[in-house]
Design a binder for this molecule. Structure first.
Ligand code: FE2
Length: 382
């Protein structure tokens, strides 16, 4: 089977692995033949990638590159069939989820934590991310949908280690960061399920109880074999905020360890883009806007900038609608501020198609912004 980005999915491709929504709800069965309607729905559900039977992927003639400068392209009517390499093979992801599940089970039953298994799988994740660092920058493609509790932990670990790599961390530090990130929410095993899974708003008392998962998680990890103090501290501090408004202790920038600052961003970004019992997922670019807006308040601005720079939220070739009413195609992504890409106009505000429309760099037009993504599917190449 081959994993491809949802924007590269086409009707008649056959699903090679079941696609689940949140809460284990099956969205599409293995063997389903994709239709345009399903592709649109999966996109709306925020499913970033799908596994496809390789022999159902039509390989159209490769589009010719003519403009290497912009890194993007304009429409020629051909589709760019970029297969998405698995940054983390699904076998490693499944192993990581199993490890988290077993450790959380051990916490519930009071057994000795098998932290060695966590160390081993984190090593594998680090090796994969280092090996694939040329593609690991596309953070938006990393997260997958599965059972929330475990897949969230794995997603946060992958986001955090990727950020650590961008920051030039040594392998020893990446390992500490990765283990702490993978186990950042273990304290939740001590919180009643009825509160964790509650659909409606939490009462003040319930919220206070949820907050204790930080201290409880720290107490569990502090005493566990093979977990360093800095890795354990991630469980304690991942809800602390740069400006001191977080919990449990209201620490500010100076008091929060750098690992915890990284995990705080990864945790919020993945939670925002996840479809949970109490909320629907928001799109990656909306989540990124929230993360950017929180830099300097909730998050460390330097780490926020790094995280944002490595997250490709509008893939080149996406069709978008601007607040001016015009439609355009993303032709270039601004690494420093991915929410302000370059857009080639293809329709005016009245919906009339335009040949050779203007190319607008949104960095230079502060009053113009992307209002809506029309399509992630068609990758237009030069
Ligand atoms: Fe948490």
């Amino acid at each position: 089977m081959k994993r491809i980005a949802i924007y590269n999915a086409k009707p008649d491709m056959v699903i090679a692995k079941e696609i689940y929504g949140r809460n284990g709800r099956l969205l599409l069965n293995k063997g389903t033949v994709l239709t345009q309607k399903w592709i649109d729905k999966l996109y709306m559900y925020g499913v970033p990638t799908v596994y496809i039977e390789p022999d159902t992927i039509l390989h159209e003639p490769a589009a010719k590159e003519q403009n290497s400068g912009s890194g993007g392209g304009v429409m020629t009517g051909r589709y760019c069939r970029e297969d998405l390499p698995d940054i983390i093979p699904h076998t490693i992801r499944e192993e990581a989820e199993r490890v988290v599940r077993e450790i959380m089970q051990d916490i519930k039953t009071g057994s000795l934590l098998k932290t060695e298994t966590a160390r081993e799988v984190v090593e594998k994740i680090i090796d994969q991310l280092i090996k694939n660092r040329h593609i690991a920058g596309k953070l938006a493609d990393i997260r997958i949908l599965d059972d929330y509790t475990f897949s969230h932990s794995v997603n946060v670990c992958i986001f955090a280690v990727s950020t650590g790599i961008f920051m030039g961390y040594s392998k020893i530090r990446l390992r500490e960061l990765g283990i702490g990130a993978l186990l950042h929410d273990v304290g939740k095993m001590k919180i009643p399920e009825s509160i964790l899974q509650k659909c409606g708003p939490l009462s003040e008392k319930e919220f206070e109880q949820i907050k204790t998962h930080t201290v409880l998680g720290y107490q569990i990890l502090r005493d566990a074999p093979g977990i360093t103090p800095n890795a354990a501290r991630i469980a304690l501090q991942h809800h602390e905020c740069y400006n001191g408004s977080g919990y449990p202790y209201g620490l500010d920038n100076k008091g929060i360890h750098e690992y915890s600052k990284i995990v705080a961003i990864a945790d919020v970004y993945d939670a925002l883009t996840a479809d949970r019992v109490y909320k629907n997922a928001i799109l990656p670019y909306e989540a990124m806007e929230i993360v950017i807006a929180s830099g300097g308040y909730q998050f460390d601005p330097r780490i926020t900038r790094l995280f944002v720079e490595h997250c490709e939220i509008y893939p080149v070739g996406s069709t978008v609608k601007l607040n001016t009413g015009e439609h355009g195609i993303i032709t270039d992504v601004n690494r420093a501020l991915p929410t302000r890409p370059t857009v080639k106009i293809i329709k005016d505000a009245q919906g009339n198609e335009i040949d050779n429309g203007a190319e607008i760099n949104l960095m230079e037009k502060p009053t113009v912004f992307v209002n809506k993504i029309i399509s992630f599917r068609r990758m237009h190449c030069l």
